[in-house]
Design a binder for this molecule. Structure first.
Ligand SMILES: NC(=O)c1ccc[n+]([C@@H]2O[C@H](COP(=O)([O-])OP(=O)(O)OC[C@H]3O[C@@H](n4cnc5c(N)ncnc54)[C@H](OP(=O)(O)O)[C@@H]3O)[C@@H](O)[C@H]2O)c1
Length: 277
């Protein structure tokens, strides 16, 4: 990342503003990559953030200490989003420690790439389970809680691959496309539930569900892509570069702010112009 990009990213990750003070956010896959940038952006705006992770305890604790050193309030929670018993436990842990959940970001994701004709059943199921069922498992208890309170923000992290498809990623593309249907259905159901309870016009911040669909972003997930392939990917991106995690985080932060209450059921592409419908 150039100096210019770095300072732009820093200036757009909520540093300085405390708009989310008093809010509690739960971010899955929040210890590294895009999730870590989202945690930083939300905590930087004053939110208390519960960062989920799968197996990397040492790194999660290091990340927590780093952010605490910057004056932010962060807790970390181990759990596999693909297992409903883990997600329920993580939600209970966060509720016990922080009393409420105002923001849920379903960011945890994995890939297991192979051409369709060679893909094993297990590779298909594993990717669907983490990337799509994981969001369902997290949304169900959290949405109930948000509907009871009459407000909240859910952001699902999808991918440009869910919009365009990608060779060798049938499982990942299907899971990421699935998040679009999940998002739009939950957005409708949440609005319906609030309307039924006469809470749509109570002057609150509303309950919105949106998806952010990143393009190719520099994280561990893309670190192993051979340079030649990265060069060919860049040719497909009008802005000719990969994105930075902070460039995704700033859109998530924007969607979580109180003023974004009229935005729901939408897909926010952040991809350097790669996908233009
Ligand atoms: N990087 C890209 O180019 C790109 C593009 C479009 C969309 N995305 C999406 O953006 C999200 C974040 O991607 P990233 O690049 O930041 O990924 P990453 O660097 O590989 O980090 C993945 C995160 O998800 C967590 N995780 C993995 N499996 C999990 C599970 N079963 N249960 C709970 N947490 C789990 C990991 O925890 P541990 O550290 O404990 O393993 C880690 O925090 C993903 O949904 C990805 O599909 C990424």
């Amino acid at each position: 990342m150039s100096e210019g990009q770095r300072s732009m990213a820093a200036s757009t990750t909520g540093e300085g503003s405390q708009e989310l003070e008093g809010r509690v956010a739960l971010v899955t896959g929040g210890n590294r990559g895009i999730g870590a940038a989202i945690v930083h952006a939300l905590a930087g705006e004053g939110a208390t953030v519960a960062a989920g992770y799968s197996s990397n305890s040492e790194q999660a604790e290091e990340f927590k200490s780093k952010l605490e050193g910057e004056g932010m309030t962060v807790t970390v929670h181990q759990g596999n989003v693909g297992k409903v018993e883990d997600t329920q436990r993580v939600v209970d842990e966060v509720m016990d420690q922080h009393g409420q959940i105002d923001i849920l970001v379903n960011n945890a994701g994995i890939t297991a790439d192979k051409s369709m004709i060679d893909m094993e059943e297990e590779e298909w199921q594993r990717v669907l389970n983490v990337n799509l069922s994981g969001a369902f498992h997290m949304c169900q208890p959290v949405l109930r809680h948000m509907i009871e309170r009459g407000s909240g923000r859910i952001v699902n992290v999808s991918s440009v691959v869910g919009q365009q498809g990608n060779m060798g990623q049938a499982n990942y593309a299907a899971a990421k496309s699935g998040l679009f249907g999940l998002t739009r259905t939950l957005a409708r159901e949440a609005a319906f539930a609030l309307g039924k309870a006469d809470r749509l016009e109570d002057g609150g911040i509303g309950l919105t569900i949106n998806t952010v669909a990143p393009g190719f972003i520099e994280t561990d997930m893309t670190a192993d892509i051979p340079e030649k392939v990265v060069d060919s990917i860049k040719k497909l991106i009008p802005l000719s570069r990969l994105g930075q995690p902070e460039e995704i985080a700033r859109v998530v932060r924007f969607l979580c702010e109180d003023g974004s209450g009229y935005i729901t059921g939408q897909i926010w592409g952040v991809n350097g112009g790669m996908e233009m419908a």
